[in-house]
Write a protein that binds this ligand. Structure first.
Ligand SMILES: [Fe+2]
Length: 141
């Protein structure tokens, strides 16, 4: 094998490694949008994945603390190396407020943002579980 062939082989190997790593990450993170069968009566799995949005009193700068916890009714989502909430997003009238990226085990599904809610009508939180897809909750203000 000459030097040129060795370089081609090394480049092909690097490309295959990069493509397979991306494919593995895409499979690992389930990007399917999930909806409860009956929004008025969530089952245990739905309660475990549905974001709970909690507002506190507005601060002196006019920002309202908004906490998002993944899980409702005392059923919290787990955070293990194989199953965890890897991202939480908050939207105010469909405008992204912020996104928290979470690591397995060391953190669990919770995020908080301080938000100017003047004239905002709807808050929407999205939680992303690596196994069970993306779950959404909204609060009308
Ligand atoms: Fe899950």
């Amino acid at each position: 094998m000459n030097r040129r062939d060795a370089l081609k082989l090394a480049a092909a190997g690097a490309l295959i490694t990069a493509v397979s790593a991306q494919a593995e990450e895409d499979v690992y993170k389930n990007l399917q949008e999930m909806k409860p069968e009956n929004p008025d009566k969530l089952d245990k799995g739905e309660l475990k994945h549905t974001p709970q949005i909690t507002l506190a009193d507005k601060d002196t700068m006019g920002y309202t603390p908004v906490q998002i916890t993944i899980g409702q009714g005392g059923i919290m989502h787990p955070s293990t190396k194989d199953h965890w909430i890897y991202a939480i997003e908050l939207y105010a009238d469909n405008k992204l407020v912020g996104r928290s990226e979470l690591e397995a085990e060391i953190s669990r599904g919770m995020a908080a943002f301080a938000v100017k809610l003047d004239n905002v009508k709807v808050l929407k939180a999205r939680s992303s579980c690596n196994l069970h897809g993306i779950w959404t909750s909204t609060v009308t203000l």
